[in-house]
Write a protein that binds this ligand. Sequence first.
Ligand code: FES
Length: 106
Amino acid sequence: MISVKYHVFVCTACKVKGEPTGFCFKKGGQEVLQKFIQEIDDRGLGSDCLVTYTSCFSMCKDGPCAVIYGSAAPGGVWYGKLDEDAVEEICEQHLEGGTPVEKYRI
Ligand code: FES
């Protein structure tokens, strides 16, 4: 079993067979996912963070959205209306600094 400090789940709203559909896909969920992967890699956080893409969280009105679970936030921290700038802030403040970014929380 993999043990990481943070597990980031990003809604990309793809169906099981990979067909793109849904709100978060149309609003940039795939770009948000790619940005998380890139930022985590650029910051050398790969051994502390795992990124997984998901289907719909039923929080579409706040999409693109993500939830981050970790030892500091076992109940999860939910983020919404994400874009690439938001992901950069979340990686810096939350994944590196340990403090959730309030302005993107839902
Ligand atoms: S499509 Fe992302 S929460 Fe519904």
